[in-house]
Write a protein that binds this ligand. Sequence first.
Ligand code: ZN
Length: 182
Amino acid sequence: MNKALLVIDYTNDFVASEGALTCGVAGQQLEPKIASLVEEFIAQQELVLFANDLHQLDDPYHPESKLFPPHNLKGSNGRNLYGSIQNVFEKYQNQPNVISMDKTRYSAFAGTPLQLILNERNISEVHLVGVCTDICILHTAVDAYNLGMHTVIYKNGVASFNPQGHDWALDHFQNSLGFDVK
Ligand code: ZN
């Protein structure tokens, strides 16, 4: 095991048509690519980690409360993974190399055990998929960069509700962070 697939925020609230903060069709189109990558990483016995946003309703201390409508609330269906990805997760969730992790900030590294999980498995290569390209993928990617991780981004594995932000972030990954964007 030396690489990890990080599936970021691929939940109903961020992807489903009725989601509270949805990327809509752009997010839904990622489903087959994410499903095939999950299967590929599991078949290779690599780590697959789902990092899902977690919020409390009307949390007065959370910086996102002023910026976005309530989303990914604790115990809500909005926090379940979208479509077939929830099924794939349930199928493999008892395997030791499949982890589901809560996060409360944009980056999957912020205030979470992600770095410890990667370090204890000697993983220094992360592959990022999910949403949104220019928010949670971006912040996770910048933290991975600062930790010196080899990072791979899949163009058809990330999406945003902001097409300009999506394009800008992909350019940033390739030309400012030197990531493998494919
Ligand atoms: Zn959030």
